[in-house]
Design a binder for this molecule. Structure first.
Ligand code: PMP
Length: 289
């Protein structure tokens, strides 16, 4: 494996950052998870736009133009002969003092890893998954805005621990007002009749690239799709619920907090959108060659 570190493609063992990097010391940095399908990087421009927006939000200046960053991602895929896989793009604040002051960190580190992805077990895509809502609430938007895809994922990790302790693999976090925000690593949608609803980002959700793609695909397929505030009641009583994310793609949720959702199996809208998404992903993206 060759890993991109600050402009160089190096071996896995040489792909290292300093223990004084504020990415490690404080979770100070931003990242993206991106997919490659069929020899193309899926929605690379959208991911880069979000990466640069996350960096802007934390006053981190990325030392590369988006164009150069896109070239770095493609070069990393090429060096690893990646056609289908997962790309992790990371920008850390860089080395600084042991204090918090980010302005003392003069060299942000840019890392790109192109490898394999661990999806949920294949069977779960056939059966749908059981999830729970958890007590860990989503970060307040004025604490750490969940729109920032930062290296500080403890909020999500704490929620994931609760999910695993409850015997399931994913969970829903509510925001400080008690409204549905998102899953620990995915966005959430409900289906009511032919309408899809997902929480607005101000409720504490990342603006998922998959979420945006699903909103577009839903309209193309004759569904209505909108953002609205959702409660746990809305989840429990929906016809269908599904999660979206770069790694998960689209996965049906068939049980939440021991309530069966709809028929208790992946519903027709979820299945149709999952198929449409798979087709879209195969043909959309920046060529690696
Ligand atoms: N929410 C969170 C907290 C995430 O980590 C992710 C995965 N990046 C998502 C939602 C889904 O976003 P995307 O579709 O861009 O992967």
């Amino acid at each position: 494996m060759r890993v991109y570190v600050n402009g160089r493609l190096v071996s896995k063992k040489d792909a290292v950052v300093s223990v004084f990097d504020h990415g490690l010391l404080y979770g100070d940095g931003v990242f993206e998870g991106i997919r490659a399908y069929n020899g193309r990087v899926f929605l690379l421009d959208e991911h880069l736009r979000r990466l640069y927006a996350s960096a802007r939000a934390i006053a981190l200046e990325i030392p590369l133009t988006p164009k150069k960053m896109a070239e770095a991602v493609v070069a990393t895929c090429k060096a690893n002969r990646l056609r289908d896989g997962y790309i992790r793009l990371v920008v850390t604040r860089g080395v600084g003092s042991l204090g918090l002051n980010p302005y003392l960190c003069k060299n942000p580190q840019v890392i790109c890893i192109a490898g394999a992805i661990q999806l949920y077990p294949k069977e779960l895509y056939e059966t749908g998954m059981a999830i729970v809502t958890v007590g860990t609430m989503r970060n307040h938007t004025e604490a750490i805005n969940p729109r920032i895809k930062s290296l500080n994922y403890l909020n999500n990790v704490l929620a994931k621990i609760e999910a695993i302790n409850a015997g399931v693999m994913e969970c829903i976090l509510l925001n400080p007002q008690g409204f549905v925000a998102e899953a620990s690593g995915d966005n959430v949608f409900i289906v009511r009749g032919s309408e899809l609803v997902t929480p607005p980002t101000w409720c504490g959700a990342l603006r998922g690239i998959t979420r945006d793609a699903v909103l577009r695909l839903a309209l193309e397929h004759g569904y209505t799709a909108r953002e609205d505030v959702l409660t746990r009641y809305d989840l429990y009583t929906a016809d269908e619920v599904f999660l979206t994310g770069t790694a998960a793609e689209i996965i049906a949720v068939t049980e939440i907090d021991r309530r069966k959702i709809g028929e208790g199996k992946p519903g027709p809208v979820t299945r149709r959108l999952a198929a449409a998404f798979a087709e879209y992903a195969r043909h959309t993206g920046t060529p690696i060659e």
